[in-house]
Design a protein around this ligand. Sequence first.
Ligand code: HEC
Length: 179
Amino acid sequence: MDSFEVNKIAGAVLAAILVIAGTKTLLDINFHKHKPEKAGWALPVEAIAAKPAEPEAPFDVAAITTLLPKANADAGKAVFKKCLACHTADKGGRNLVGPNLWGVVGRKIAEAPGFNFSDAMKKHPGTWSWDELTKYLHSPVGAIPGNKMQFPGVKDNTDLADLLVYLRTLSDSPIALPK
Ligand code: HEC
């Protein structure tokens, strides 16, 4: 092996190290960019552990409706922040991208006054019962294919139950909670 070849090999090894180190640095930078925005030390370990990238478990409506009697409307109001981009919640509030949601629980589907619902929504029979609302808010597209609410759904059962009891408060005479 002459010294030229040794140099070539050394060069190749160095290049490999550079690529590895470089990739690692890029990964580090990327990783840091995606850190949660909220700073703080008491990171809820379970919350992180509860978000694996595994396929969704089959959805069980009863698993949510049984939570309703003990659900927390105040916490639900916080969950509702996700909806405020498109919905108002006050009595007589404006329709935005989506309809005003005052009185929606128990009302006929697609009946919010003055809102132009999609055909998919208008054709969907029934009222916003606890079951219908649970299915729809868990997966809007799954529950009513073709409806135009651009929202992925609330996948956490507790959040969804809290949200539902909050929606129930948007009424002069809230309907009964499921037994
Ligand atoms: C990006 C906008 C957007 C977001 C975010 C959004 N919605 Fe909607 N929502 C809509 C639209 C648009 C419709 C009407 C769908 C149609 O006509 O197909 C709708 C319809 C509804 C309806 C049916 C109303 C009725 O009178 O029949 C309910 C209930 C509802 N949304 C609840 C929610 C809740 C609760 C959230 C938050 C968890 C939410 N939406 C988030 C746009 C949105």
